[in-house]
Design a protein around this ligand. Structure first.
Ligand SMILES: O=C([O-])[C@@H](O)[C@@H](O)[C@H](O)[C@@H](O)C(=O)[O-]
Ligand SMILES: [Mg+2]
Length: 419
């Protein structure tokens, strides 16, 4: 099965004003949809970032992949590596750690690998998880991913989740999300308010949801001493503390005294970060993310390394649509090491999608699809509409900081550590 064409389509979809350490989400989130076409109606799907520098690389690489065998993903990975070379395409928000040429190659290759696995599955009549060693669970658990947020973007109507700037509002948001999706664990995106205020929100969540494991993620805006103090005060409250402070050395300092595991999707984001993190004891949980770890097979490889070194495994997410959710679900199904419920932004997309029938959540988990390939079909009308939105929306890069300054808080500074 040879690749005839790789189509790259940037799209935009509405995103609520979610707050984080870098600022606030813009009214539009961007993604790039990748279609690997082998002719005879066989098309594999991938989904990746939509930021301009990344899109430019995707567009530069795509035409050179024609002729490759879709089963030869190692060769395709090498071809991508040769084409990308030493180019780097950092993002502007910095919430998934530093960029590097290695990570950039992984980010470009990932959606192509996912699309090739989708094609391999379609050709063999097997679900993608079978190509990763087979499912070890029938459903993949996800967590309720809470955000502080404004009620609405300027000039827009309030979204159904409304404002969430206080512990009471955060508890209400959790209630709504848990009622709708049945999530069995809760993550609060922090790094927005002073740490003690965010700890108060965690305590309020504990009171309202006594049996739900809790996590907080301030995206590395607490200093080492603040992180140590908050970790001590949160003793017994958290299943893990995610990226309290910047860097592998800083995380290791915090880990020495913290009673709960420390997790990251910021200080270990590429394979060559692992030796130092293991030596220092920086993290006890890694949030994998196939979008920047180089696809599903490399993510499974990361899971194996984590298992060898006694590191727990969770899964990270940015704003995404149904192709990514399907890929995350197949990976989560096939990786025995997944020891925590995965993150997902799905509830925040308020039902908008680029696939015809998105995978559904049942009791906080996505039942693992059993049909061929990824098990999702591109909605071509939605793709065309969302591409039009991309062309007219005026956003070409995710830039939470500039949008925050321009729209809500001119004094906002994206500094780390901040507290
Ligand atoms: O979407 C966001 O605002 C998140 O903050 C995201 O960008 C982070 O990368 C992520 O969810 C995280 O766990 O750090
Ligand atoms: Mg995180």
């Amino acid at each position: 099965m040879k690749i005839r064409e790789v189509r790259i389509t940037p799209i935009a979809f509405p995103d609520p004003p979610l707050l984080n350490a870098a600022g606030v989400h813009q009214p539009w989130a961007l993604r790039t949809i990748v279609e690997v076409d082998c002719g005879d109606g066989l098309v594999g799907l991938g989904e990746t970032y939509g930021d301009a520098p990344h899109l430019k690389l995707m567009r530069a690489v795509a035409p050179h992949l024609a002729g490759h065998d879709v089963f030869a993903t190692t060769k395709i990975q090498r071809a991508v590596q040769a084409l990308v070379g030493e180019k780097d395409a950092p993002d502007l928000h910095g919430l998934t750690g530093r960029s590097s040429p290695e990570k950039t190659v992984s980010r470009v290759f990932s959606p192509i690998e996912v699309a090739c696995l989708d094609l391999q599955g379609q050709a063999t009549g097997r679900p993608v998880h079978d190509l990763l060693g087979g499912a070890v669970r029938d459903a993949v658990p996800f967590s309720a991913y809470l955000f502080y947020k404004y009620a609405a973007h300027p000039g827009q109507d309030e979204d159904p989740f409304g404002e969430a700037l206080t512990p009471v509002q955060i508890v209400a948001q959790a209630g709504r999300m848990i009622q709708q999706y049945g999530f069995g664990s809760i993550k609060l995106k922090g790094g927005v308010f002073p740490p003690d205020e965010e700890l108060a929100a965690v305590r309020a969540l504990r009171e309202a949801f006594p049996d739900h494991p809790l996590r907080i993620d301030p995206n590395a805006v607490w200093g080492v001493e603040t992180s140590q103090r908050i970790a001590a005060e949160a003793d017994g409250l958290l299943e893990y503390l995610e990226d309290p402070t910047p860097g592998r050395a800083g995380m290791a300092e915090v880990a020495k005294s913290a009673s709960m595991p420390l997790a990251t999707n910021m200080c270990v984001v590429a394979f060559d970060h692992l030796p130092e993190a293991i030596e220092l004891g920086s993290v006890q949980v890694i949030l994998s993310d196939h979008h920047y770890w180089g696809g599903l097979r490399q993510s499974a490889r990361l899971a194996g390394i984590c298992q060898t070194w006694g590191i727990g495994l969770s899964m990270h997410s940015n704003s995404h649509l149904g192709i990514s959710l399907a890929a995350m679900t197949h990976l989560g199904a096939a990786v025995p090491e997944l020891s925590y419920a995965a993150d997902t932004h799905t509830p925040w997309q308020l039902g908008v999608d680029v696939v015809e029938t998105p995978l559904r959540f049942v009791d906080g988990a996505v039942p693992v699809p059993t049909g061929p390939g990824l098990g999702v079909t591109l909605d071509r009308d939605a793709l065309a509409r969302m591409h039009e939105d991309y062309l007219r929306c005026g956003v070409t890069e995710r830039d939470d900081t500039t949008y925050m300054r321009r729209t809500f808080d001119p004094e906002f500074r994206n500094t780390s550590p901040r507290w």
